[in-house]
Design a protein around this ligand. Structure first.
Ligand code: PLP
Length: 456
């Protein structure tokens, strides 16, 4: 009988190279109907996310697979332009040649190379923290709140020993800004601490929640350093003051700040002068620090690593504990050498000079002031995320489409990604945009805005 089945399978396989196979049976058919109906609902709700296919490297100018060429790209997180920086790419090639394509292992079995240790040390030095741990992505780093919260308890136990106090129980609380990134929200959902959500950057509300949370033994305030949809920066000074007043710890997600905010690009904590008040930082290698440097311009398919790379940096005992217990760290492959090489070189460049970050800041300023003079409202302040506020979802979508017709690649965001009535087109400035690119973008916005009634 098994022979008959094998022959059938073989015949099936021969019936056409690359033929598609669909599972048969009632359950598979039912699943397919359910999935198709859900997909139809997404289309019907107007929230379908389509993906434009890029046929060139990431950078200020793109070629799209459907033929569009010379498109100016204003929607990548490539703030410093390092994802196509020649030295970053060379570092990836060297790491690839010396250390191979990948580790085929998690870190604690046989997946730790000298470059992983070097990069962790460099990240900690960059942020002026005791230690750092690499993750496959910042999403993974953010997913591990349970350990972080458990560590606070253990830290408190250590402190309590130092201070001769009674041992504390693991009854913790996390206080989270309502507009925090999805990965923080998911991480908090996974952890067992008591959860409080405060209104976006509303210090009165945070204080009220901190008062309410006094009944718990430990409090952790969690916030994005810079918010990706609004380009606004968390009031970290006030948050740290409240944290001190109500005996809480502070965690920041620095994905949209690392490498360029602050006098030396260390991030929001440096910008606002609270580097010694923030306990834990999570960030990504996949935005300003080289965009993971999956680099299609190099004729080597391996140089498109599957992961972005992320990290946690903070007190050594926390990092030690994460290495022992963190599930996304323990049960996921080590970062590929090419990604490590890119990030390491990106950090070297940023530690040598902040010229790239300054160039990005000047271009951000040029875009924001010209757009405001043209009559647009730009959310946030001094951040390369420049949301052009339009309000109406349809307007944001048709304007973004029309911008692309004029060679400017921007994306419209509407509910549920942003609140109802607050649709916008998000523009992201990079150090590698030229002044001419910026001016062309402003000019296109002005024409398209007039055409669709967003400007008088
Ligand atoms: N946190 C924030 C604020 C982000 O914007 C992102 C990425 O979009 C992440 C975390 C996840 O980062 P990664 O791409 O490294 O998983």
């Amino acid at each position: 009988m098994w022979r008959a089945a094998a022959v059938r399978t073989l015949r099936g396989a021969r019936s056409g190279a690359g033929a598609l196979r669909a599972a048969s049976g009632a359950a598979a058919a039912q699943l397919r109907r359910r999935l198709e109906s859900e997909l139809e609902d997404i289309r019907g709700a107007g929230t379908w996310k389509s993906e434009r296919v890029i046929a060139s490297r990431q950078g200020p100018h793109l070629r799209l697979a459907d033929g569009g060429a010379g498109i100016i790209n204003f929607c990548a997180n490539n703030y410093l332009g390092l994802s196509s920086h020649p030295e970053v790419i060379r570092a990836a090639v060297e790491a690839l040649e010396k250390f191979g394509a990948g580790l085929s292992s998690v870190r604690f079995i046989c997946g730790t190379q000298s470059i992983h240790k070097d990069l962790e040390e460099k990240i900690a030095r960059f942020h002026q923290r005791e230690d750092a741990i690499l993750y496959a992505s910042c999403f993974d780093a953010n997913a591990d709140w349970e350990i972080s919260v458990r560590w606070y308890t253990e830290q408190r136990m250590v402190l309590s020993v130092w201070h001769g106090q009674a041992l504390l129980t693991p009854e913790d609380a996390v206080l989270s800004d309502e507009l925090n990134h999805a990965s923080i929200i998911d991480g908090i959902r996974l952890c067992k601490a008591n959860k409080y959500r405060y209104r976006h950057m509303d210090m009165q509300d945070l204080e009220a929640k901190l008062k309410e949370a006094q009944k718990h033994r430990l409090r952790l305030v969690a916030t994005d350093g810079a918010f990706s949809m609004d380009g606004d920066i968390a009031p970290l000074r006030e948050i740290c003051q409240l944290a001190q007043k109500y005996d809480a710890l502070v965690f920041i997600d620095e994905c949209h700040a690392t490498g360029f905010l602050g006098p030396n690009g260390r991030g929001t904590d440096e910008l606002l002068g609270v580097m010694d008040k923030v306990t834990i930082i999570n960030s990504t290698l996949g935005k300003a620090l080289g965009g993971a440097a999956g680099h299609p311009g190099v004729p080597c398919p391996i140089l498109s690593p599957p992961s972005a790379g992320g990290y946690t940096t903070g007190p050594k005992p926390l990092i030690d504990l994460l290495r022992q217990r963190s599930r996304p760290y323990l049960f996921s492959n080590s970062l590929p050498p090419a990604v490590v090489g890119c990030a390491s070189k990106a950090l070297d460049l940023l530690m040598e000079s902040n010229a790239i970050a300054q160039s990005m800041a000047a271009k951000t300023q040029r875009f924001r002031s010209k757009m405001t003079a043209a009559g647009f409202t730009i959310s946030g302040k001094d951040h390369p995320i420049c949301p052009v506020m339009l309000g109406d979802a349809r307007l944001a979508s048709v304007m973004a489409e029309d911008m692309l017709n004029r060679g400017i690649y921007v994306i419209g965001f509407s509910y549920p990604v942003v609140p109802k009535g607050k649709a916008r087109i998000r523009v992201q400035i990079s150090a590698v945009h030229s002044d001419e690119d910026i001016d062309r973008c402003v000019e296109a916005f002005t024409q398209v805005g007039r055409k669709h009634g967003a400007l008088p």
